[in-house]
Design a protein around this ligand. Structure first.
Ligand code: SF4
Length: 496
């Protein structure tokens, strides 16, 4: 089915298009006129002096019905100029309009459509709001459901104590090192890095550039007394590096960065087919204390379907090996919503993963990312029945994790999530990954080194930030590494 939506003035499109998209999942949505559409929606925002009027008109061509909704708001002078408040009111108007059209609520998140919904809660916790006031605020101002509001507050409370004070945030930073290569491309991934084809031609020049960047940034950090709190080596799949190069990478990090205050070093060892005993020893000897071994599913047929060249048994073997060698903290990522899977497969996956007793489990709800094979084959749309099944499965798995003592401690949302849910990191008490919290809550400057790495520079005065991105393509990164170093140094200097 097709929905043709027109918004006047167009500048308000940004505020509401995500809401329309998640409400009308059974429709292909066009924001340009479509004569053959099944439904036509017109939204007008008319601002006059101290009053704003929202007008919605919805024509259902098949049912030959016309639904109109009009709402007025009066502004005090200062609020009239406040675009954010206007946007919030408009989103509430659209949310309620769409709920009326569908005859049900389409999102427990109400009008919150951003990646980091917890930021609002952290601002309330900073000011020591009472729990009940935070919950009411979420419900009344953002139309978040009671159940979701309680969940968001629980997660925020489970990580708020890890966030820096403004004073700490001036000095404590995190480091992300990006190795943008993978052995194959997973079906659902829009990862813009590279599939590693010619190891000897590609890896040495990349590592040489990375060495320049790490040492250039490391010198500056030491000279200006920055304290590195955490290091995360991600990708891609950093463990595509052979033993010699993995050692080279770990040494260049240790030798060029002052890690005397570092509380955690994590490696994304996503694919078990890139791991072996020797690599675990190298990690252990070089103070890596957390690794991520990510099955996504423990169903071999699905693993093959999503383009991963490993089995569930290899996952089990590698987790056991890592433990034998002394790496205790292990995160395992799972995805709910992979094609061909339903409750039976989810339960089997969870059972096998829980048997391995990882310290952390991240529960993802499948997102159809632009540029992924999944999006090419299935399009960006989803169907409502599938979304309901995913919501039910996520809730069931979350309950099972809690029963085993895991608590939710960070979360984020993505565009085009199949079920309008969230991705949630669960941890055994005291085993939170600091990097994940800092990266999600954006209260710490994180310097991204390497291919596709993003840096965020946080201004603690008001918790705003600026970003700087290294090129995603490894070849381009290698060629432009000096610019990558300078860009970060310029941003760091803005702090002084
Ligand atoms: S291993 Fe991760 S980064 Fe690599 S293709 Fe798969 S999902 Fe993408």
């Amino acid at each position: 089915m097709i929905a043709s939506i027109s918004i006047y003035p167009e500048e308000w499109y940004k505020s509401v298009h995500e809401l329309f998209r998640s409400a009308l999942i059974d429709y292909q949505i066009f924001f340009t006129p479509q004569e053959q559409a099944d439904i036509f929606l017109d939204l007008a925002i008319i601002i006059k002096e101290e009053e704003v009027c929202f007008q919605g008109k919805l024509q259902d061509a098949a049912r030959k019905t016309l639904n109109q909704k009009v709402q007025f708001h009066t502004f005090k002078d200062e609020a009239k100029e406040h675009k954010n408040e206007l946007s919030r009111l408009l989103r509430i108007f659209v949310f309620e309009w769409m709920c009326e059209f569908l005859g049900r609520s389409f999102s427990e998140y109400g009008i919150l459509s951003g990646v980091r919904p917890l930021k609002i809660l952290h601002r309330c916790l900073d000011q020591h709001w009472r729990r009940d006031d935070i919950l009411s605020y979420l419900k009344e101002n953002f139309r978040v459901s009671s159940e979701k509001a309680a969940f968001l507050l629980e997660v925020a409370e489970n990580n708020h104590f890890l966030l820096h004070s403004p004073e700490e945030a001036k000095r404590k930073i995190g480091i992300y090192v990006g190795i943008p290569y993978c052995p194959t491309r997973c079906y659902y991934c829009s990862f813009p890095g590279a599939i590693l084809h010619q190891y000897e031609q590609e890896i040495p020049p990349f590592l040489e550039a990375l060495q320049r960047e790490i040492s250039g940034i490391g010198d500056y950090l030491q000279a200006h007394d920055y304290l590195i709190q955490n290091v995360y080596i991600g990708g891609g799949t950093p463990t595509v590096l052979n033993e010699k190069d993995l050692l080279l990478l770990l040494r260049m990090i240790r030798e060029n960065l002052n890690l005397s205050h570092c509380q955690e070093i994590t490696i994304e060892a996503g694919r078990p087919d890139t791991l072996n005993t020797q690599k675990f020893y190298l990690m252990k000897e070089n103070h890596v204390d957390r690794i991520c071994i990510n099955p996504q599913t423990m169903n071999n047929a699905t693993l093959e379907r999503i383009g991963r060249r490993h089995t569930a048994e290899q996952i089990e073997e590698m987790v056991i090996k890592a433990r034998e060698i002394g790496i205790e903290e292990i995160n395992m990522d799972l995805i709910v919503g992979l094609m061909g899977e339903s409750d039976k497969e989810y339960q089997q996956t969870l059972k096998r993963v829980l048997a391995l007793q990882p310290t952390n489990i991240t529960l993802h709800s499948l997102a159809v990312k632009r540029g992924s094979v999944l999006a090419e084959k299935e399009g960006l749309r989803t169907i409502s029945g599938q979304a309901e099944e995913i919501v039910a499965a996520m809730k069931k798995m979350s309950a099972a994790l809690r029963q085993q003592g895991y608590i939710p401690y960070y979360l984020y949302r993505q565009k085009y999530m199949k079920a309008n849910m969230e991705n949630t990191g669960y941890t055994l008490p005291g085993k939170q990954c600091l990097y994940n919290v800092q990266m999600m809550e954006e209260r710490q400057t994180i310097l991204g080194l390497g291919g596709g790495a993003s840096s965020k520079f946080v201004f603690p005065e008001n918790w705003t930030l600026t970003s700087f991105h290294n090129p995603k393509d490894p070849k381009s990164y290698t060629e432009h590494v000096e610019r990558c170093i300078q860009g970060k140094l310029d941003n760091l200097k803005a702090f002084l």
